[in-house]
Design a protein around this ligand. Structure first.
Ligand code: DHB
Ligand code: FE
Length: 279
């Protein structure tokens, strides 16, 4: 049976790409964020996942407002990154495995999640930078990836509960795969931030810390909120934290927190990083 090792979730600001390109990871500004990955590198070195399932949101690179799937799953053997206009380096192609993707897609459709299937899919900073943060030393990402994209860009956005249920279904499907592969679940986005409008720059530390705490103690806690309530609490872009819920829900066992980092700000965002092991 396939094994789910645990989950990592992290914020995904584009300027992380610039910090890496300029080798500024250990500058005063960036050190508190990048050093949050040190215990994760150590854990990855010991646990060596083969496949990473990435819950993230596309910001206009692959999907635009004219055609916006609520849930989209990559079903390709390779995923390309491209210039999004942020002035950050484009990363080399990411390995996929269409057969693993189709197992997940079939399982999701059976469980009544009617996902969009993408045999060609470009991946943006929300996918590429977190993987680069996990494996900074590798020229290209050394593991197989499965992108699962959740719309947080254009309303209507799926509820926190729906994303939790999606994650749980993905965890169930992977746990039942007849495979020796080891899986890591990655969620990217959040924590609180708002990039536009009157509340641009909005951060809610109190809510973020309660959310981080809930991932271990009461993972369904955030599902009590509607998307509109979450926008109020964490900002229009802060709702990206529903990726963390999907990732958390995919862990079938008890969890142990290996590390947790919270640092404000990285760019306009409250930076969060967490590693939970599935025991
Ligand atoms: C920023 C945050 C994001 O989540 C994003 O996708 C783009 C920019 C920011 O804080 O600058
Ligand atoms: Fe984002």
């Amino acid at each position: 049976m396939a094994k789910i090792l645990g989950m990592v979730s992290t914020s995904h600001v584009p300027s992380i790409g610039n910090a890496i390109a300029k080798k500024a990871q250990y500058s005063d500004y960036w050190k508190p964020f990048f050093s949050g990955f040190e215990p994760i590198h150590e854990w990855l070195g010991k646990n060596k996942p083969d496949v990473v399932i990435v819950f993230y949101n596309d910001h206009g690179l692959n999907f635009f407002l004219d055609a916006m799937p609520t849930f989209a799953v990559g079903a390709a053997d390779q995923y390309m990154n491209d210039d999004e206009g942020w002035g950050i380096p484009t990363l080399p192609p990411f390995k996929g495995d269409a057969s693993i993707s189709w197992e997940i897609i079939n399982g999701l459709i059976e469980r009544e999640f009617d996902v969009t299937t993408c045999q060609r899919m470009k991946v943006d900073h929300a996918f590429t930078l977190p993987l680069k943060l996990l494996w900074p030393e590798s020229e290209s990402c050394p593991v197989i990836t499965v992108p699962i994209c959740i719309n947080t860009v254009q309303f209507p956005v799926p509820s926190a509960k729906r994303c939790f249920d999606l994650g749980r279904a993905v965890g169930e499907i992977i746990s039942n795969l007849d495979s020796d592969l080891k899986f890591l679940i990655l969620g990217t986005g959040g924590l609180s931030h708002q990039l536009d409008g009157e509340r641009a720059g909005f951060i809610n530390k109190k809510f973020d810390l309660e959310f981080l705490d809930s991932l271990v103690k009461n993972p369904k806690w955030a599902t009590q909120y509607s998307i509109e309530e979450l926008v109020e609490q964490v900002g229009t872009q802060g709702i990206e934290l529903i990726m963390w819920l999907a990732a958390r829900a995919a862990l079938p066992g008890q969890v142990q927190q290996i590390s947790s980092t919270y640092h404000v700000p990285i760019s306009n965002t409250a930076g969060g990083i967490v590693l939970l092991e599935n025991t």
